[in-house]
Design a protein around this ligand. Structure first.
Ligand SMILES: CC(C)(COP(=O)(O)OP(=O)(O)OC[C@H]1O[C@@H](n2cnc3c(N)ncnc32)[C@H](O)[C@@H]1OP(=O)(O)O)[C@@H](O)C(=O)NCCC(=O)NCCS
Length: 158
């Protein structure tokens, strides 16, 4: 099914967003125990949805294919990519790239000029492909056994 639109998430999307994130992480090889540990970072966040900081990709059939969530950091110009998840059933068809471009547009509106990204090991090539630069590594706060790679994406002039 082709992607129909990217739209702001609604509060009643939240449960499905969590399911998509859990499926995406399991598809990367993490087991149920790991997904349970990661869960605080996988949930559709109602406050961010209500603030207009979460966007979903929706197919022609109305099924949600993926989502992206942003968070202002309070540091001038720096916006955090809170999460980006594509349902494995719709992976590698450009949904992640489209969601990221919406995140860039949103970040511009938030007066951001750099997006900070914490990448799971399996997503580093995705962010590199999108032009982000690797700047470091740090343990995942919800599961310190997992090392996340840090990237910075410089937002180009509009
Ligand atoms: C990472 C993720 C968001 C990518 O979504 P996607 O819809 O499959 O990505 P796209 O199809 O838009 O790919 C964009 C580009 O990145 C490349 N890419 C995507 N995933 C890749 C991977 N795992 N390895 C290598 N390249 C990859 C694609 O080939 C494509 O390049 P191209 O346009 O030049 O051909 C998705 O795989 C996912 O949800 N992963 C699990 C959750 C996760 O780890 N999220 C990130 C941490 S918050």
């Amino acid at each position: 099914m082709t992607m129909n639109q990217v739209r702001p998430a609604r509060v009643d999307d939240a449960a499905e967003l969590t399911q998509i994130a859990a499926r995406a992480v399991k598809n990367d090889g993490f087991d149920d125990d790991a997904v349970a540990r990661f869960m605080p970072g996988l949930r559709g966040n109602l406050a961010l949805i209500a603030a207009g900081l979460v966007f979903v990709a929706e197919g022609d059939d109305g099924v949600l294919q993926g989502w992206v969530s942003m968070r202002p950091t309070g540091f001038g110009g720096l916006v955090l990519l809170e999460g980006i998840f594509v349902d494995p059933a719709h992976a590698r068809r450009g949904v992640g790239r489209r969601l990221f471009s919406v995140a860039v547009e949103l970040s511009r509106k938030l007066a951001g000029n750099v997006i900070l990204i914490y990448s799971s090991p399996s997503s580093v090539d995705f962010y590199a492909r999108l032009g982000a630069n690797r700047i470091g590594a740090t343990p995942f706060v919800f599961s310190p056994d997992v090392q996340l790679m840090m990237f910075a994406f410089t937002i180009p002039p509009a």
